[in-house]
Design a protein around this ligand. Sequence first.
Ligand code: ADP
Length: 497
Amino acid sequence: MSKLILAIDQGTTSTRAIAFETAPEGGLRPVAVSQIELAQHFPHPGWVEHDAGEIWNATLQTCREVIRKAGGVGRFAAVGITNQRETSVMWDAATGEPLHRAIVWQDRRTADATGKLAAAGEEPGVQAATGLILDPYFSASKYAWLLDAVPGARARSEAGEVKLGTIECWLIWKLTGGASHVTDATNASRTSLMELTTREWRADLCDLFGVPMAALPEIRGCAALLGMCEASALGAALPIHGAAGDQQAALVGHGALKPGEAKITYGTGAFLVANVGATPVASSSRLLGTLGYAAAGQVAYALEGSIFSAGSAIQWLRDGLGVLEESRRSEAMAQGLKDNGGVYLVPGFTGLGAPWWAPDVRGAVVGLTRDSGPAHFVRAALESLAYQTRDLLDALEKDGAPPLEVLKVDGGVTANAWAMQFVADVCGVTVERPAFQEMTALGAAKLAALGVGLIGDLEDHPVEAPARWQPRMGADERDRLLKGWRAAVKAAIVAVP
Ligand code: ADP
């Protein structure tokens, strides 16, 4: 009987476990899944917290259920973990109890702290070492906040009594009964404390952010042995042999392993990760430099850009404006118009992400006439996904990233074929959607399967052919639309009070 991989996908809104088996034709396929929703805490405006204890309990529960569904722990060879990135946990090394709620990646409470560092001229140095800009998004300022917020934590962390880590690190600690305080290099690359080229913590960055190195985990490769589970956790001493942050895991899941291959996940927001090859590319257009993966002697760096509002614009049309009964209806409504009627929607509900990084911009709709109706709003929202993607691809090109031939997509919005065709048209690239959509969990499973020797490489071996959209819009039409979009973004930026 084939051996299975247990993939843990600890996301922002839920915790999932998926069992994968090796398929006869190569690659991995899912055999069982379990999922539990995660409570969100908003103690102040701009603050977002998770209960790390709840995350651990949900992980145990979903893993145990999947193991049972898949025929028992004896069938499993290894565990792989993928996780919401940057979310920061602090716990007591002796008791294994969290000392504060986890600070979630979306949390803006450290905006002043990172703003001060930027004002002091620290950004170029941080960016050169880590690939990241100065922003509360990343873990370092969250760690410092936690150490200052809990009395005695800072002193105890210097003595090794208090531990810090991102979510995979927390789960590895718990699964190994405190034997492993370990992170993988992709998660470490999101802290602002790891140097991209050496993949080691930098003492000067730890000093700059006020995070003692003694409290940080050891950095290992994404398919390395990260720890052995205590038998009491899952029923056997399974090795944890893979870990990567969610967007990087999706890159691996898609098999975007060569320079010039990229994936974008269109969910609530959208995340583009483009493989740039074995050496980091410094961005001059405010994309993030990050590690794609480091596994089995292969290292791939990536450039990343985030779109804050993607599917959430469709949610707003449905739940806020009430012009859609269901997200699915957006496809027929957009298709029903012969063109966009000159209407553009800039979905700056929570500011604009890369390449603008304009947190104060708000949403805008421009070009309304007496003919404009609900369908124009819907079409403009779907079109905005493509325009924002194009902005990211232009930024990649400006940064000298290898030219892109295929854009691999996943996430809820990719169910919309009209929107995917529009992305292909506006971006001038082939868009490819795999039949199996759980790219994040698949990536974690592939890394663990590689680590434990169940598969020989990270190549993708899809059972079913992907859906494909080829660009077919003329250059004149594309240029006209992009001009309209850029004017709308300018209007939204000018409108900031
Ligand atoms: P997340 O992982 O961020 O929760 P999902 O990948 O599950 O997101 O995608 C959910 C998003 O996809 C929602 O914002 C929803 O509005 C959008 N969505 C779902 N179906 C469609 C569709 N057919 N057309 C456009 N958007 C859609």
